[in-house]
Ligand binder design. Sequence first.
Ligand SMILES: [Zn+2]
Length: 264
Amino acid sequence: MPELPDVQVFREYLDATSLHQRIARVDVRREKVLENLSARALQQRLAGRSLESTRRHGKHLFVRVGDDGWLVLHFGMTGYPDYSSAEDPPRHTRVLLRFDNGFHLAYVSQRMIGRLDWTDDPGEFIERHRLGIDALDDRLDAGRFREAIGRKRGSIKSALMDQGTIAGLGNVYTDEILFQAGVHPRAAASDMDATTLTEIHRQMRRVVQSAIKARAQPERMPKDFLTPRRGADDATCPRCGKPLEREKVSGRTAYFCPTCQAMH
Ligand SMILES: [Zn+2]
């Protein structure tokens, strides 16, 4: 599922491919992915204009259209953007922006959980959807992090995944952050001492930045990361070599090392 690092990579991809080109027309193949706007309204807002700049907040990508407003992209579980001149866009393309130069930008979403929305003001959108501060925002220093996370009820993993507190982290990267910090995913957030919370904050920034540097590709991530080992039945801990454990935490499958991340 696209989390902050993935969406940041999508943003850089859009910046490198799709800006400042006139949009000739828009094909909406599944109107279901449009939130608060019809296919016709989207067509009217995009045709004849161009994408001018991008912004990211958590897992949301905002794309400025002309000087009218912003297209908001959320990629759900499996979504991604695809820019090409191929005759056939990828399977599961839901919306296609066709540029004058013969290329197109596809919004691909197999499970159609992702959404395209529109806003005149990203700040207002963020507020209305009650999104917390972005995980990479400089204002989210260790002190503010400790204050926000230390007062959450429930597990540390669900506290980190709560988009209303910190925006951008999901199942995969919270597992990685907690592995790097040596903290059990089910440990109670409110039980953490300041040293542990400070370490989780440090690892949050380090993991997210490393993942962006690796273009969000597990095989390009550092050797001591857990993420590339997810999914395999016989996955072992990159640190101690013992088998990793899988457990449902807040409805998601958490991976962790019971030795390196012992419950205290
Ligand atoms: Zn281990």
